[in-house]
Design a protein around this ligand. Structure first.
Ligand SMILES: [Zn+2]
Length: 131
């Protein structure tokens, strides 16, 4: 979608900034995944002792966790972009439709909730977890 066609309470420049931030999250995330996968395959599999083996194992686990984090961020940005393209709008809370301020979107471009709805969601999840 052309960012100038997106409906928003934000200015056209702000829309462009958030839109390209989301695209950058995806491209830079994909690059980091490639690098991390390269590191993962290079972790030495031939160990001289048990300590080395444990080290390599830890390194593998950490690298996999890093890859997973990157992929989650990529998916979140893809979802946000998909939602923008589908609705043709950006910067409105998906729960209550209130304007999400530019400042909040700049910090968290993948967010789809206003601060109030986000807090309500987190409170719900906290209660849910402890139930
Ligand atoms: Zn809301």
């Amino acid at each position: 979608m052309n960012p100038t066609d997106i409906e928003s309470h934000l200015s056209a420049d702000q829309v462009r900034i958030i839109y390209s931030d989301l695209q950058n999250i995806i491209t830079s995330g994909q690059n980091r995944v490639k690098v991390l996968e390269g590191i993962f395959t290079q972790i030495d599999g031939s160990f001289s002792d048990a300590v080395d083996a444990a080290d390599a194992n830890n390194q593998r686990t950490e690298t996999l966790a890093d890859i997973d984090r990157e992929k989650q961020a990529i998916r979140a940005a893809q979802r946000a972009l998909g939602r923008i393209d589908e609705l043709g709008e950006l910067g409105y809370c998906s729960e209550c439709d209130v304007d999400i301020p530019f400042k909040r979107l700049k910090i968290a471009p993948t967010t789809t909730l206003c601060v109030d709805c986000k807090q309500a969601q987190e409170k719900f999840q906290r209660i849910h977890r402890h139930a």
